[in-house]
Design a protein around this ligand. Structure first.
Ligand SMILES: *Cc1c(COP(=O)(O)O)cnc(C)c1O
Length: 406
């Protein structure tokens, strides 16, 4: 008899986006002429930067001729891309990361999902709430979380982000082994200061713990005082792994390219307390289970680091940040407490009422789609996430409609 991994039965149905889609289509059926504006999605809307298109096309051209054709590439990515990432994203900011510590991949979703394979089943986990659901669900699948009771898994330590702590979780009061952090945050848009991030690095060092730092939105940081990488923090090389993605940075959500940075000095322990290199383990995992990102896509990603590419990416992210600034301004004027939207494409709005009811209100009275906070965890109760990924014209229209509805 073929049996299933029963941990899958403990997963909470990811009904969030299905439920949103159902409510939107029910509304559209009843109001066929109402133009819906979607500020709910976490997907970019602008096309790839021209520099990346050019790199992409060059890569495709090379694949078309005998002399330049390439078959399987290195699983960890081509050196030409790893070098550009190391120099531009790390060394230029004083973070001591070398090209061979960078693992190019087809997405941060898969990397943040797969990394937990390297760790024992009975480690103590600290996971944010609200959260990008991948961190939690992949640990449920692996059997690390225990049962689900009253909105929480028994064995998880939840790192709560609430107005009381400025949406930056406090350090755990007891030791944990694996800590997930994401800044600028999805869904709240909150950022973390250098000093606070240092307290997490120190905590990890004291507890022989590991921080998994998701920096998918680092290119939205405009405040120069904020860290763009955990490796800008002293001591992080021994206790952190970082995830980066071209998805939200350069519009690669449909093109697929990301990277995971595992310093060679980053260690974890076996049952007898012996140290092991996580760089070695991740390399072993990737070379067994992954066959690299396509050559043209890596050429497209490389082009993001040309002078034109860099300027175009600032243009892209500035565009969404201008949307975010408008959303912030309008929602604040309407009297809402908000966080995010300054160094992030997301604005987290305290709607001071049931999030799903507020979602329905905005849908039915303004024709605007948002994301209800409870979809990201218990601490999302009473909040909605508004995304800046849309055209400026649509954001203007959506804000005018919300103003009218109120
Ligand atoms: C969008 C996003 C990513 C990026 O995922 P890709 O698989 O690289 O597209 C990673 N983490 C968070 C929190 C995100 O919102």
């Amino acid at each position: 008899m073929i049996r299933i991994n029963e941990n899958y039965l403990k997963l909470q149905s990811s009904y969030l986006f299905v439920e949103i889609a159902n409510r939107v289509s029910a509304y559209q059926k009843e109001n066929p002429d109402a133009g819906i504006i979607r500020l709910g999605i976490g997907d970019v809307t602008l096309p790839l930067p021209p520099a990346c298109i050019q790199g992409f096309q060059e890569g495709v051209r090379e694949m078309a001729s005998d002399a330049t054709f390439r078959g399987y590439g290195p699983e960890h990515g081509y050196d030409f891309l790893r070098e550009k990432i190391a120099i531009n994203d790390y060394q230029s900011r004083g973070a001591d990361i070398s090209p061979d510590e960078i693992f190019v991949s087809d997405g941060s979703k898969c990397d943040t999902a797969n990394i937990q394979e390297l760790f024992a089943k009975d480690i103590r986990l600290a996971i944010p709430d609200p959260v990008y659901p991948v961190y939690l669900d992949t640990n449920v699948m692996a059997g690390r979380t225990g049962d689900f009771n009253d909105g929480r898994y028994d064995k998880i330590l939840y790192l709560e982000s609430l107005p009381e702590n400025g949406f930056v979780p406090r350090l755990p009061e007891k030791p944990v082994d694996l800590i997930y952090l994401c800044f600028p945050n999805n869904p709240t848009g909150a950022t973390i200061s250098r000093d606070t991030l240092k307290t997490w690095v120190d905590f990890a060092r004291e507890n022989k713990a590991l921080i998994l730092f998701d920096a998918a939105y680092e290119s939205y940081i405009r405040d120069q005082a904020l860290p763009r990488s955990i490796f800008e923090i002293q001591g992080a090389r021994e206790v952190a792994i970082e995830f980066r993605s071209f998805s939200k940075t350069a519009g690669f959500t449909g093109t697929r390219c990301a990277c995971t940075v595992v310093p060679k000095t980053c260690m974890a322990y076996d049952g007898s307390g012996q140290k092991h290199s996580l760089h070695t383990l991740w390399n072993r995992r990737q070379s067994t289970k992954f066959n690299g990102v396509s050559y043209p896509v890596q050429k497209a990603a490389e082009a993001a680091y040309t002078e034109e590419g860099k300027a175009q990416i600032i243009g892209l992210t500035d565009y969404y940040l201008k949307n975010a600034a408008l959303i912030r301004k309008e929602m604040a004027e309407l009297g809402f407490e908000i966080v995010g939207g300054e160094n992030s494409p997301y604005i987290w709005v305290n709607c001071k009422s049931d999030a799903w009811e507020y979602f329905d209100f905005l849908l039915k009275k303004a024709g605007v789609v948002t994301t209800p906070g409870p979809g990201f965890g218990k601490c999302g109760n009473g909040f909605i996430r508004i995304s800046a990924f849309n055209s400026y014209e649509n954001v203007e229209k959506a804000m005018a409609r919300i103003r009218d509805a109120l």
